[in-house]
Design a protein around this ligand. Structure first.
Ligand code: TRP
Length: 362
């Protein structure tokens, strides 16, 4: 894997080379698909399995409410996404796994950081600018129409998530690099103004992670409606395995007949197969394409390949979804671990800015 550490120009404060602290947030909106699994869940879980790094993974539900006003969706997605990560092998003993809203010190720190963050910095955030650009293209519409303060201040809450735990490495997708850079900026301003308290974080982007192709040949994305679900949608009539099989059978192909040689590099089936198979299996599938494997057989082979990896997780997922108490206990254990850090960090921060008890009471 080639991990690119972005913004590594300056030395990070408080962090020796040995003490890597990895932190990443997961926005709980909707359910996850195979692209999320291959692009985020699997690499994140694998990367910490083989290292001694400290790791903090959390459900960013206070970020989730910025663009979703449906309480049922927020609640259900938090549950489904916690269950997904745990089912796919996240070990809550190894990783501090918590829900952002269970750590009240985070939004408190966010307010403090707001006061050390220039408004102009937020004006430059890509997500905010994109929302303004859409409004500007319309006639008679205020540039800020429909934009709430949560969206505008999104990077400050994210800075609080990161700086709270003095994270050194923040694995993110490309779209989030700017936010990590902003966290770094905000930390720099605070450290300069008060005292050096926060570690300067670096974004880590993995260039080797495959982007999956969707059923229609475009990039697999919830907004295109072209995804293969990772787990089922909970419908008791159709098993999760059947749902996955059905989706795979819908992958769009050309009209070449069985026995006609096919170009693997022009096929979504092969593209997805590569993300699950060993080099030998990939070479073998390439040969089968050249020999004219039928589309139906190729899809079946793809299904079997994916299912071998996912089936064991499915059982655990379904168990956790049916036992929310177990999930809640795991999240509470994580919150307790997280708060051991956050209480101290917030206390230090408050003292640094002059907010502390006037006198010691007995
Ligand atoms: N903004 C991230 C996303 O949309 C989620 C997130 C919230 C996050 N807080 C974070 C990621 C802190 C890394 C670090 O994907």
């Amino acid at each position: 894997m080639s991990n690119n550490q972005i913004s590594d120009g300056q030395p990070t404060i408080n962090s020796s080379a040995a003490a890597k602290r990895i932190l990443t947030g997961i926005k709980p909106t909707g359910t996850l698909h195979l692209g999320n699994y291959v692009g985020a869940i699997r690499p994140a879980i694998q990367s910490i399995q083989n290292s001694d790094d400290e790791a903090f993974f959390f459900l960013a539900d206070y970020h989730g409410i910025i663009g979703c006003y449906d309480p049922a969706i927020i609640h259900e997605s938090t549950k489904a996404i916690a269950a997904t990560w745990l089912a796919c092998g996240l070990d809550p003993e190894r990783v501090t796994f918590y829900r952002q809203s269970d750590v009240p010190e985070i939004p408190e720190l966010a307010w403090i950081l707001n006061c050390s963050c220039a408004k102009g910095l937020m004006n430059r955030a890509h997500a905010y600018k994109a929302a303004v650009d859409i409004n500007m293209k319309k006639e008679d519409v205020d540039p800020d129409q429909g934009i709430n303060m949560g969206l505008f201040g999104y990077p400050v809450l994210m800075a609080a998530d990161i700086l709270m735990f003095n994270a050194t490495h923040v694995p993110v997708g490309r779209d989030q690099i700017q936010h990590v850079e902003m966290a770094r900026d905000i930390a720099g301003t605070f450290n300069h103004r008060y005292k050096t308290l926060f570690t300067l974080p670096s974004a880590v982007v993995d260039d080797d992670i495959p982007l999956l192709t969707g059923l229609d040949g475009r990039k697999m994305s919830k907004s295109y409606g072209n995804t293969i679900p990772l787990f089922g949608d909970g419908n008791p009539q159709v098993s999760a395995e059947k749902q996955m099989h059905k989706a795979i059978m819908k992958i769009v192909t050309n009209s070449q007949l069985p026995s006609e040689p096919k170009d693997p590099d022009d096929s979504a089936i092969f593209e997805i197969y590569k993300a699950f198979a060993t080099p030998t299996e990939i070479a073998d599938m390439r040969a089968q394409f050249a020999a004219g494997i039928g589309w139906g057989d190729a899809k079946q082979a793809l299904f079997e390949k994916i299912n071998t990896e996912i089936a064991p997780f499915r059982e655990r997922y379904e168990h956790l979804m049916a036992n929310p108490k177990e999930l809640e206990e795991i999240l509470q254990m994580g919150a307790e671990k997280a708060r051991r850090h956050s209480r101290k960090q917030l206390d230090k921060t408050r003292r640094a800015i002059g907010i502390r008890p006037l006198a010691k009471l007995k």
